[in-house]
Design a protein around this ligand. Structure first.
Ligand SMILES: [Fe+2]
Ligand SMILES: [Fe+2]
Length: 266
């Protein structure tokens, strides 16, 4: 009989030396307040149901950050193969490394909130569309994942950081927001340098893809979840759509207009 294995993301280490190398290299990128020993000392103060909701929210964030880590690793590889400029590759390498740090911060939060290194669920994978030409694969992923996805996620994380009352959760969310802001901005800078090589016909296709990606991103506003707040930084459901619309108007739409692309607000 086939055993039913529920989807999970296994973040358990397999080798003590590799675990030490990895932990030290990530800690070197973090301020003292967010290094691994500080997580060991952290005792979140909340009742059991509130801790469970907080843990669930951070497990979901771990899956999201892992999805970005894998997607960006692909994008870095594709940009490298395409021979993009030194500054482009350095920036994309930074973005990828940030996502590795974010996965680790989220994992530490999950463990601190009573969870484990095995995260229930599966990341909602994103990747390159390998049916396209190499340049188009990069341009499409930059547009959908960075210019749209990262810009929106930066705004939502920033609002979650503001809402968090637990100082430790607030510090982690604030760090992640600062990184995501660079990710979203980088998307538009990458596009500025890539678009001259994109034909008029391809630009029309790109606008269509961006519009579809925006509709998909705003889709999270259509699937309501519990309208709860907790000290570890969940946003009430009712706040998502206004934050996303404001971000579209303030940052995303002007970025596309400046590049001569017309992408409709969903
Ligand atoms: Fe991230
Ligand atoms: Fe990111």
């Amino acid at each position: 009989m086939r055993r039913d294995v529920s989807p999970r993301l296994d973040l358990r280490p397999i080798n003590r030396a590799l675990e030490t190398f990895g932990r030290r290299s990530l800690d070197a990128l973090l301020p003292e307040a967010l290094q691994s020993e500080r997580f060991v000392d952290w005792t979140p103060k909340a009742d059991a149901p509130t801790l469970a909701i907080g843990r669930g929210a951070w497990e979901q964030m771990t899956l999201n950050e892992y999805r970005s880590q894998v997607g960006f690793t692909d994008l870095l590889h594709a940009m490298t193969r395409l021979g993009l400029s030194r500054d482009s590759l350095q920036t994309m390498e930074r973005l990828t490394r940030d996502e590795v740090v974010h996965v680790e911060l989220c994992r530490r939060m999950v463990v601190g909130l009573g969870g484990s290194d095995v995260i229930p669920g599966e990341p909602d994978w994103v990747g390159l569309d390998t049916s396209l030409e190499p340049l188009d694969q990069v341009v499409e992923m930059v547009t959908t994942s960075l210019c749209i996805g990262e810009m929106l996620s930066c705004a939502l994380l920033g609002a979650a950081a503001k809402a968090a009352t637990d100082p430790f959760a607030k510090a982690v969310l604030t760090r992640m927001t600062a990184d995501e802001s660079i990710h979203g901005q980088s998307g538009f800078h990458f596009l500025t340098s890539l678009l001259p090589a994109v034909t008029k016909r391809k630009r029309r296709w790109l606008q269509k893809r961006a519009t579809e990606a925006a509709v998909q991103a705003f889709g999270i506003c259509l699937s309501p979840y519990d309208d709860v707040s907790h000290p570890f930084g969940a946003l009430p459901y009712s706040k998502l759509e206004p934050i996303m619309r404001a971000t579209w108007k303030r940052s995303i739409a002007p970025g596309f207009v400046k590049l001569g692309l017309s992408v409709r607000e969903p």
